[in-house]
Structure formats: structure tokens, C-alpha cells
Design a protein. Structure first.
Length: 221
């Protein structure tokens, strides 16, 4: 077989080069797809029977009105339900009482009592955890409620402390009831104080808990 000089100088002929480039492109696409799937699979909830259910993005960018609540994110907690999306972008729901924990975009929710007279369990977002305590927040009826759990005694130090979204009251809650249990957590204390110094109101129907803004699932040993 005779090989042209130009082809010999290139080592690989143009048609062979194109074939190799196509292979590289296909491999790149496969790797990118696997990475995307891997990231997606990191978002899930675990049912009480230990069944793991994947949670997906709101790929259709739908806006919903459910149970007097409005939301447009990838998931939502409303009253007694966890709302999430399946792989096709369809909206699904499950009762919070049937969910053991949720992990979504590094946020961690765990099932705890909310201090109601009938002892309901709901999903609490973990704000910070130390060797002795877990600080959580629970969202209901447009407000956030703060809970502090003593891990060793398995009892609440306090519960249902409402975040008022007013500087004086929230600062008092933080300084008097939260800091004494997390004195060694300097990063957490510094960041909350920065949040308290910011403008202190969210949108009218999507109130933000600015007290713990951008703080979630922190560890303090």
C-alpha cells in the first residue's frame, strides 16, 4: 500500500484524524453525561423504610401554587408535604412524616418533632451540628422556627423559637439562646452577625430567614 508523503508527514491521514476526533468527542460527551448524572444523584430523600428516592431539577421552570403556598424551585416543603421533581420534570409529593432525611445541594434535612400538642414529626433543616448539639430550622406558614437539640440527652434545649425577621428580637435569640451552645464555632458566629447587619426583610410571600442566610449543614467539632 502506497502512502502519500503529506499523509506520512502528518502521521495520521485526514480521514483517520477526523475519526479519532469523533471518538474523543463521543468520549467527552459520555464523561460529561456521567458527571451530570452523578451530581444529580446526590440529591435524594430516604423514606422511613430506607428506600432512597432521587430528586431532580425543575427542568420546565414551572411555578406552582399548592396548599396556599407558591414556589418555583427544585423542591419545596409546605405544611405536611415534601414536593420534588422526577426525572421527566414532573412534580411529585410525599408526606414529610414518611421521610427520614433529605439531602439536596448540600442542604441536609432530618425528621424531628415540631413541638405540637399531637407530636407531629416534620423535616428540619440542619443549620449547624457540634459534638453536643444540633441547631435546626423548620418552615411553616411563612415563618421559620428554630430548634436546639441536645444530642446526648436526646431532648430539645429549646424549640419553636420564631425568627421574627426583626433585628432586635433575632439578635437577642442568637446572642442569648444560640451562642452559649456554640461558643467554639467562631465561623458560624461571625457569619450570623454579618447576616444580622444586613437588610432584614425578604419578599412578601417568600420570607427569607436572613439569620441563617447561606448557612446550612455546618460542622463544628
Amino acid at each position: 500500500m502506497q502512502i502519500s508523503r503529506s499523509c506520512f508527514r502528518m502521521t495520521i491521514c485526514p480521514d483517520i484524524l477526523m475519526t479519532e476526533m469523533k471518538k474523543i468527542y463521543i468520549v467527552f460527551c459520555l464523561v460529561f453525561s456521567l458527571i451530570a448524572q452523578s451530581q444529580e444523584s446526590n440529591n435524594f430523600f430516604v423514606k422511613n423504610n430506607d428506600e432512597k428516592i432521587l430528586m431532580h431539577r425543575n427542568i420546565k421552570n414551572n411555578f406552582y401554587e399548592k396548599n396556599d403556598e407558591r414556589f418555583s424551585g427544585d423542591y419545596a416543603l409546605t405544611g405536611e408535604f415534601l414536593w420534588y421533581h422526577d426525572e421527566e420534570g414532573g412534580l411529585k409529593r410525599i408526606r414529610q412524616s414518611k421521610v427520614k432525611e433529605v439531602l439536596f445541594d448540600k442542604k441536609h434535612y432530618t425528621n424531628l418533632k415540631i413541638g405540637s400538642l399531637v407530636g407531629f414529626n416534620r423535616l428540619h433543616e440542619i443549620i449547624i451540628e457540634s459534638n453536643d448539639y444540633i441547631l435546626t430550622q423548620y418552615y411553616f406558614n411563612y415563618y421559620y422556627f428554630v430548634y436546639l437539640l441536645d444530642k446526648k440527652k436526646e431532648k430539645f434545649v429549646f424549640k419553636k423559637q420564631i425568627v421574627k425577621r426583626k433585628f432586635k428580637k433575632d439578635n437577642k435569640l442568637f446572642e442569648e439562646k444560640i451562642i452559649p451552645h456554640f461558643k467554639e464555632c467562631s465561623y458560624f458566629i461571625e457569619k450570623v452577625r454579618e447576616n444580622l447587619a444586613n437588610d432584614y426583610w425578604g419578599e412578601e410571600y417568600v420570607p427569607e430567614n436572613l439569620l441563617f442566610d447561606s448557612l446550612s449543614n455546618l460542622k463544628c467539632e
